[in-house]
Design a protein. Structure first.
Length: 397
C-alpha cells in the first residue's frame, strides 16, 4: 500500500533471515530468467479464452456475434450438378433442424462455436427415414476426438461431468460432422481467433480493470501523505499508522467519497501525484488492443465502434469488405461441409452454398455483374443464366 514506507522503522529492527541455498545446477538460470516483475497472462484453454475473450470482453463478444449473425442470416441454395432445387428434403430438415432451433439459430450456434474454439460439431439424430430426424450443435469444449491407428478419428467422445457418450465414426454414415479451422500444429483440433488474439484480450481487459480501479478511487490520481513530527522524526507509531490507514479507507476512497475534503493533523501533509505519461497512454493502449482483437476475427474496427480507424473510406465500404473477406469465405466452407455430410444420408450429392444474389451488402457488385452480363450480346439467354448462377428457364408449357 501507499503507506508501507511508514513501516521502515519497524522493519529495520528485525533484519530478515538469510535465504536458503539450493544445490541445483539450473539455479542461476532460473534466477536470471525470473528476475524483475512478471507479466500475468491468462490461460490459453478454450474455457478460459471463451470466458475472458467473449463473455468478459465487449470487443470479442461483438466480433463473434457480428460474424455469426451475418453468416447465419445468409439465404442458402441447394443444388446438384447443373440443377438448382426449389424444394429439397434437406432444405426442409435445415429449416427446422430440431424442436428448439430454426435454421438461423442452428447456424448461429455453429459459427459461434467455430469462432470461439476453432471447432464445431453437428450431431445427426436417427429418424424414421434415411434422413436424420434432428440435427443439433454440440458444445466444442465437451467433445474429444478418439484417433485410430492411422491417426484419423474413429470416434468422438461427448463428456458431461462423469457421463460420456461415444459416437462411432466407422459406419456407413457419420453421426457427427466436425468442422475445424486450420491449425498448423494440431491434426485433430482447429485454431480459434481467440487464441491468436489472447495477448490483446489480456491487455484490453487489464486496461478496463485499471479504468474501473481509477473510478473506484474517485477518478483522480493517487498521492502520498508525508509525516513530519514535532521533533523532526519521520515515522509513525504502529497505532498511529493503523488509525491513519483505517481513516483513509473509510472516508477518502471510493466513488461515494469523491470530493470529500481531507483534514490532516499532527504534522501530516498531502502531496498529490499527477498522472504519469504511461497512465495517460492507457486509453490509446486499450484502443490498439481492441483493433488487434477485431483484426484477428477479420472484422473492420469501424463496424464495432473502435475510434481512430480510417482504413475504409466509409461504413458501406467496410461492410462490403467484411462480407467479402470474412463472412462469405467462412459461410461457403461451412455450408459445403454440411452439405457433403448430409449427402451421405440423402443418398445423392447435394451442394449447399450461400445465395449471393440476396445479400444486401453486395447489391452494388451484383448490379455491376448483371449489367456486364446483360450487355454481352454474344451470349445467349441460357448462357447468361448459367453465368449468373440461375436455374434454366422453364420451357414452354
Amino acid at each position: 500500500m501507499v503507506f508501507d514506507f511508514l513501516r521502515r522503522g519497524e522493519v529495520a529492527k528485525a533484519p530478515p533471515a538469510a535465504p536458503e541455498r539450493k544445490a541445483s545446477a539450473a539455479g542461476p538460470v532460473i534466477a536470471w530468467a525470473g528476475a524483475g516483475a512478471r507479466v500475468g497472462w491468462s490461460a490459453r484453454d478454450s474455457g478460459t479464452l471463451t470466458r475472458l475473450g467473449y463473455m468478459g470482453n465487449p470487443v470479442g463478444f461483438r466480433a463473434v456475434r457480428l460474424i455469426a449473425e451475418a453468416a447465419a442470416a445468409l439465404p442458402l441454395v441447394f443444388q446438384d450438378t447443373g440443377q438448382r432445387y426449389e424444394t429439397h428434403p434437406l432444405q426442409a430438415l435445415l429449416a427446422r433442424p430440431n424442436a428448439a432451433q430454426g435454421r438461423a439459430e442452428l447456424f448461429e450456434a455453429l459459427y459461434s462455436q467455430l469462432l470461439l474454439t476453432g471447432n464445431a460439431y453437428l450431431e445427426a439424430v436417427v429418424g424414421t427415414g434415411p434422413l436424420p430426424g434432428e440435427v443439433h450443435v454440440l458444445r466444442s469444449d465437451r467433445v474429444t476426438a478418439v484417433p485410430g491407428r492411422d491417426g484419423w478419428p474413429v470416434a468422438y467422445d461427448y463428456t458431461v461431468g462423469s457421463r460420456k457418450l461415444r459416437f462411432d465414426m466407422t459406419g456407413a454414415v457419420a453421426p457427427v460432422c466436425h468442422l475445424r479451422a486450420f491449425h498448423p500444429q494440431d491434426d485433430h483440433y482447429g485454431l480459434s481467433p481467440l487464441q491468436a488474439a489472447a495477448v490483446a484480450i489480456d491487455v484490453h481487459n487489464a486496461a478496463s480493470a485499471w479504468s474501473k480501479a481509477l473510478l473506484d478511487n474517485a477518478a483522480r490520481p493517487s498521492g502520498a501523505i508525508v509525516y513530519k513530527g514535532a521533533d523532526g522524526s519521520g515515522s509513525l507509531s504502529p497505532d498511529q499508522y493503523e488509525r491513519l490507514v483505517v481513516e483513509m479507507e473509510s472516508y477518502h476512497q471510493g466513488a461515494r467519497n469523491a470530493g470529500r475534503p481531507m483534514l490532516l493533523e499532527g504534522g501530516l501533509d498531502w502531496k498529490p501525484m499527477g498522472f504519469s505519461p504511461s497512465d495517460m497512454e492507457f486509453q490509446k493502449t486499450k484502443e490498439a488492443a481492441a483493433r488487434e482483437i477485431a483484426t484477428a476475427f477479420g472484422v473492420p474496427p469501424m463496424l464495432i465502434g473502435v475510434p481512430g480507424d480510417a482504413t475504409y473510406a466509409n461504413y458501406q465500404e467496410a461492410n462490403r469488405a467484411f462480407y467479402r473477406l470474412t463472412v462469405l469465405p467462412m459461410a461457403t466452407r461451412v455450408t459445403a461441409a454440411v452439405g457433403h455430410w448430409l449427402s451421405a444420408y440423402a443418398g445423392a450429392q447435394v451442394t449447399i452454398r450461400p445465395d449471393l444474389d440476396q445479400v444486401p451488402a453486395l447489391a452494388a457488385e451484383r448490379d455491376q455483374q448483371w449489367a456486364r452480363v446483360g450487355a454481352a450480346s454474344f451470349l445467349s439467354d441460357a448462357e447468361k443464366r448459367v453465368l449468373l448462377g440461375l436455374p434454366p428457364a422453364p420451357g414452354p408449357s
